[in-house]
Design a protein around this ligand. Structure first.
Ligand SMILES: Cc1cc2nc3c(=O)[nH]c(=O)nc-3n(C[C@H](O)[C@H](O)[C@H](O)COP(=O)(O)O)c2cc1C
Length: 208
């Protein structure tokens, strides 16, 4: 059975939306069934209006359907992305993740295969702390965290071993190198998810 992959992201000005689409594309290329979802914008209108790029992105939306808890339950594996905000994930994404307590309590998030990605405007401004913070949520779920390491030579050129990343210096949109790295990441996520999900489906009796 083909693995089911959820790519869920928040993006205020579009930089993190592009890698999300690439991760979804990479997962599809490996044969996965994929849902690409975003999360609700919760910032007040004045904050959005203070940044013309943010306002334009909001006005140009919706860019994807909103993620639901059913999407999470459906998925065998997921890629979760956020822009870096003061060295961590955006509150909009965190708000969605913070609605998962009910699923967590029922053990429904355990054994999901999960990976994370971010964009940030500076190379030392918190790319790694953001993906590691998202990964912390995965540990609490009991998910299987997929680091990328340097599993493909291309990954020496873009990203980091902890999660997908792109430096959007001076509002630069993600380049081909970064998008290719995210495509590889989505592909690897789907492949590994397939191994885990099919192994779990074939399990005769779950351990006590
Ligand atoms: C409130 C705020 C906080 C930010 N904090 C950081 C930061 O800590 N480090 C950094 O390098 N960039 C930071 N940035 C820049 C964004 O992470 C960067 O522009 C990102 O690519 C935006 O992605 P998006 O277009 O998907 O929203 C911040 C931007 C905003 C608006």
């Amino acid at each position: 059975m083909n693995p089911r992959i959820l790519v869920v992201f928040y993006s205020a000005t579009g930089n993190t939306a592009a890698p999300a689409s690439s991760a979804a594309e990479g997962a599809r290329e490996s044969g996965a069934e994929v849902r690409l979802r975003t999360v609700a914008e919760t910032a007040p209108p004045q904050a959005i209006a203070s940044n013309p790029r943010w306002q334009a992105h909001v006005d140009g939306g919706p860019h994807a359907e909103l993620a639901t808890l059913e999407d999470l339950e459906w998925a065998d594996g997921l890629a979760v992305g956020s822009p870096t905000r003061f060295g961590g994930p955006a509150a909009q994404l965190k708000s969605f993740l913070d609605t998962t307590g009910g699923l967590w309590a029922q053990g429904k998030l355990a054994d999901k295969v999960a990976t994370s990605f971010t964009t940030a405007s500076t190379a030392h401004g918190g790319l790694e702390s953001t993906v590691l913070a998202i990964n912390n949520v995965f540990y609490h779920w009991g998910a299987v965290v997929v680091p990328l390491g340097y599993a493909h030579p291309h990954l020496m050129d873009s990203g980091n071993p902890y999660g997908g990343s792109f430096v959007s210096r001076k509002s630069a949109a993600p380049d081909k190198e970064a998008l290719d790295a995210l495509r590889l990441r989505g592909n690897r996520l789907a492949t590994l998810t397939g191994y885990v999900a099919n192994g779990l489906r074939g399990r005769v009796s779950p351990p006590e």
